[in-house]
Each structure stands twice: as C-alpha cells, then as structure tokens.
Design a protein around this ligand. Structure first.
Ligand SMILES: NC(=O)c1ccc[n+]([C@@H]2O[C@H](COP(=O)([O-])OP(=O)(O)OC[C@H]3O[C@@H](n4cnc5c(N)ncnc54)[C@H](O)[C@@H]3O)[C@@H](O)[C@H]2O)c1
Length: 268
C-alpha cells in the first residue's frame, strides 16, 4: 500500500524513545523527512537512524513545557526541512507512583504530569499550527491512552491527563477542520516501552519480594485479563497506525480516539 508520504515533513515530538522512536523511523521508511524532538539527548541517535533511509532529518533537544523553545524549534524545522505537514505528539510521563486509592498520592504529584502530558500537547499545537493553517494542509496526532477512557486507577494524574488530551484533540479537530487539517489521538493499551517498564516497577513495588511478578509475568496476566485479544501491541503496530492516519487514505478520519489496544476498550 503506497501511503504517498514521500517528501512530506513529519515532526515527532517525543521521538527519542519508545513509540516515538519507531514512529520517526516509520515515517522515514515511507520517504518522509523527519524532525525528531525530545528532551532526551538520544534524539541524535534516532536522527542518524532516520537519515539512513535517505531522507532529510533534524534533531532538537527541547522540553515540551518550554513554549518559547518549541516555537524556535518549529521555525527551524520549517527553514531546514521545509513545510511541516504532520505533527505527532507522543510525549507522556507517569507520576511514578501507584495510585490505588488516589489518596496514596499527594495533590503535589499532579502538576508535573499535567504540565508535560496536557500543556506539552497544547504548546506543540500552538508552536506548529500557524503555517499549517496558512497552507490549509496537514495532520496532528496526539497520544492518549485507554487509561483516559476507563477511569484507570493505576496512576490517577496520568489517567486524568490522558482524558484531557482527548478533549483537546477533539477541540483541535473542530478548529482545524475548516483549514483541511485533521487531528486524531492514538490510545494504546499495553506496549513494551521504557514507560511500560516504569509502570511495572511502581505497580508492584508494594508487594513482598517473593510475590513480585517479573515484568513478563505482570504484563501477560494484566493484558490477558483486560483485553479480548490478550496481546501486547508492538511499537511497530502503533507506528503503522500513525502513518496510516497521516496519509490521505484516512482523509475522512478526524476527531477520533483510535484504540490500538488488543480489544481492551470498545465503544460504538
Ligand atoms: N507504553 C504503553 O503501553 C502506553 C500505553 C498507553 C499510552 N501510552 C502513551 O503513549 C505515548 C508514548 O509512550 P512510550 O511508552 O513510547 O513512552 P516513553 O517513555 O518510552 O517515551 C516518551 C518520550 O517522551 C520524552 N519526554 C518525556 N518528557 C518530556 C518533556 N518534558 N519534553 C520532551 N520530551 C519528553 C521522553 O524522553 C521519551 O523519549 C505516551 O504519551 C504514553 O503516555 C503508552
């Protein structure tokens, strides 16, 4: 299937690790030029992997809570790579604490998660939207989670932030529609990434050591219990969905929370 992304410019915010890294490489495989943005220095490694596909690339180390830095980065991407067509915001952090019940956490555990996960998405949209609406062309893809739809107790600040991302995505989809720009959100279930390994650590930290499941035992039991297909989703499978949504094959898909979750959450 030809997605016809060749020569288009894609920006992956959160592209240094996990799903963002795979999404950066997948856009490059499809012939897109790729800007890799993250606070982590490994943006440089990902940019090298991207460049191996013969496309142009740019690596920028930026914290998404810093709006001024994001605006400067957006201008640099337009200058050096060309007109931005696709913006993918994969950044997401957890609170680092098991939240069940929510009063195991302090109110002070909430602001950082919301600054990064929600305001980071808002900052990114503000930094990149202006030339895109002037050209009347483009897509945004945000990252939410099944946790934002089901009142997941695992990490309350995280779950609430992911619900907020969905609301912002829907608002953006409505605001952008007259400019021929689409906005959607991916809602992964369980994907093997550094973030998932952190969740395993804090979710099992309170168990006695001899009862603590290994990472593999923990995710196999959890996904088997919660999702009808009972399988982890791979970063490759997430990336395939993201590039499909960016392509014109998804021309009429906007404002959607796309669950890629082994059949965990079902709505109609
Ligand atoms: N892994 C899962 O199973 C899972 C499930 C549901 C939703 N998600 C969501 O999917 C997205 C991708 O998750 P992942 O598992 O690949 O995460 P990850 O932790 O592997 O990668 C997230 C990236 O965001 C970057 N980042 C964090 N804070 C930042 C900041 N302030 N500024 C710039 N960059 C920052 C990190 O450096 C990292 O490269 C996240 O939004 C996450 O919440 C993940």
């Amino acid at each position: 299937m030809n997605l016809e992304l060749t020569g288009q410019v894609a920006v992956i915010v959160g592209g240094a690790n996990g799903m963002g890294r795979m999404i950066s490489k997948t856009f490059a495989e499809e012939g897109a030029h790729v800007a890799v943005i993250d606070r982590d220095a490994s943006v440089e490694d990902v940019a090298r992997e991207v460049a191996a596909h013969g496309v142009r690339t740019l690596a920028e180390q930026v914290d998404v809570t810093d709006f001024e830095a994001l605006k400067e980065t957006a201008a640099r991407v337009e200058d050096e790579l060309g007109p931005v067509r696709h913006v993918v915001f994969t950044v997401g952090i957890d609170s680092g604490k098991g939240g069940f019940p929510f009063w195991n956490l302090e109110p002070s555990d909430w602001p950082l998660v919301h600054n990064v996960n929600v305001l980071g998405a808002v900052n990114t949209a503000h930094a990149f939207y202006a030339p895109m609406i002037a050209r009347r062309q483009g897509t945004f893809c945000f990252f939410s989670s099944v946790a934002g739809q089901i009142g997941s107790q695992t990490d309350p600040p995280y779950s609430v932030s992911k619900a907020a991302v969905l609301s912002f995505m829907q608002i953006a989809a409505k605001d952008f529609a007259p400019y021929n720009i689409r906005a959607n959100a991916i809602c992964p279930g369980m994907v093997d990434t550094p973030l998932q390994r952190r969740i395993h650590k804090f979710s099992t930290a309170n168990l006695p050591e001899d009862e603590r499941p290994t990472y593999e035992e923990w995710y196999t039991e959890k996904i088997g219990r919660l999702a009808v297909l009972g399988e982890l989703t791979s970063p490759e499978e997430i990336a395939a969905t993201v590039v499909f949504l960016a392509s014109d094959l998804a021309r009429t898909v906007t404002g959607q929370a796309v669950n890629v979750d082994s059949g965990w959450v079902m709505h109609w």
